[in-house]
Write a protein that binds this ligand. Structure first.
Ligand SMILES: [Zn+2]
Length: 216
């Protein structure tokens, strides 16, 4: 019998349970942007979550991107990027600053979960950034938060255009820089070409995102 070539189409391998879902930094960003487009088009995927899905989730997590965002109720990453349970490793804190626990969380996502993309997401009309513009000192934990944002605000004061918008943009860039300055581990991943860190601003009014920083 002559050999007959196998011409049957083969489905792409399911990589959803590999570290980082097997995605490169470029592929991870592409997947996020595809989801954001669905969000903008009001065509988010209709996802079901079955008992079997929950069983798989209980066995392990395989997010393909990490995101540091503001705690603001209007900027939920899974909605804005139309992603499902288990897709995004998310750290949220008012003003999207990077503290020690946030940094440890991002290092875990990269080192242990194989994530190759970190997104820092600020947003239009951020109350924490506005407070850092308006208030020069405050006691307790809020004072700490404002002091973390303060250097970005001072840079923004020298830039043209609406002050709060500029301050939000500067704060995103400042956080991206802080991540790379404060984490030798993440800096090394970036320098080795394995990790990308991007800083974006989400516009509440339009749903658009704007890129303001990229490393790696
Ligand atoms: Zn905010």
């Amino acid at each position: 019998m002559p050999d007959t070539p196998d011409t049957a189409p083969t489905a792409p391998p399911d990589r959803s349970r590999e570290p980082g879902q097997g995605l490169t930094k470029e592929e991870a960003l592409h997947r996020l942007l595809e989801g954001h487009w669905r969000y903008l088009e009001n065509s988010r995927l209709q996802r079901t979550v079955t008992a079997a899905d929950r069983g798989l989730h209980a066995q392990g997590q395989y997010p393909f991107a990490a995101l540091l965002g503001c705690a603001d109720s209007r900027v939920a990453p899974e909605l804005i990027f139309d992603q499902g349970q288990g897709d995004l490793f998310v750290v949220r804190v008012a003003g999207n600053i990077i503290g020690l626990s946030g940094l440890a969380s991002l290092e875990y996502a990269v080192q242990n979960l194989g994530v190759r993309l970190i997104v820092v997401m600020g947003h239009e009309n951020c109350g924490a950034v506005k407070a850092a513009l308006d208030v020069h000192d405050a006691p307790g934990p809020i004072g700490y938060l404002l002091r973390e944002i303060a250097p970005a605000v001072e840079v923004a004061r020298t830039a043209p255009g609406p002050l709060l918008d500029r301050a939000v943009e500067c704060n995103v860039k400042h956080t991206v820089n802080n991540i790379l300055e404060r984490s030798e581990t993440l800096k090394k991943y970036v320098d080795d070409g394995q990790l990308r860190v991007v800083g974006i601003v989400y516009r509440l009014s339009s749903g658009d995102i704007e890129f303001h920083a990229t490393a790696g």
